[in-house]
Design a protein around this ligand. Structure first.
Ligand SMILES: [Zn+2]
Ligand SMILES: [Zn+2]
Length: 110
C-alpha cells in the first residue's frame, strides 16, 4: 500500500517495526511514509478517534478501532440497515401491561 499523501511505496523494513504509520481516511486503512510524518499536518486529512482525538486508528472488518484508547466504531460505508432492531426489548411495556391488568381485575367489585 503506498503512502496516502505522496504515493511513495513502502520498502521492507530492515528489522523491527516499520517506520510507516497506519491511519484511517474516510473509513479506509491508509499508510503514512516517514517523510510525510515529518510534515506538521500529516494527520490533518485522517479520521480521528471520537473518544480521544487520536489519528492512530486501524480499520478492519467494518470497524475502526483506536490504538490509543481502544474506542471502536462501525465503519460508515459498511453500516447495514439490518442491524436496526425494531420494538422494545420487553421490560417496561410488560410491566405497564401487568399494572393495567391488576387495575382492570380490581375494577368492578362484584
Ligand atoms: Zn508520503
Ligand atoms: Zn481514542
Amino acid at each position: 500500500m503506498p503512502c496516502f499523501r505522496c504515493g511513495a511505496r513502502q520498502t521492507d523494513p530492515v528489522r523491527g517495526a516499520s517506520p510507516w504509520k497506519r491511519g484511517v481516511q474516510a473509513d479506509h486503512q491508509v499508510l503514512i511514509c516517514p517523510d510525510c510524518q515529518a510534515a506538521h499536518d500529516w494527520a490533518a486529512d485522517l479520521d480521528r478517534c471520537a473518544g480521544c482525538g487520536s489519528a492512530a486508528l486501524v480499520c478492519r472488518l467494518g470497524e475502526v478501532e483506536c490504538r490509543e484508547c481502544g474506542h471502536t466504531r462501525d465503519a460508515v460505508r459498511d453500516e447495514s440497515p439490518g442491524l436496526v432492531r425494531s420494538g422494545a426489548p420487553g421490560g417496561l411495556s410488560e410491566e405497564v401491561a401487568a399494572a393495567l391488568n391488576r387495575v382492570l381485575k380490581r375494577g368492578p367489585v362484584a
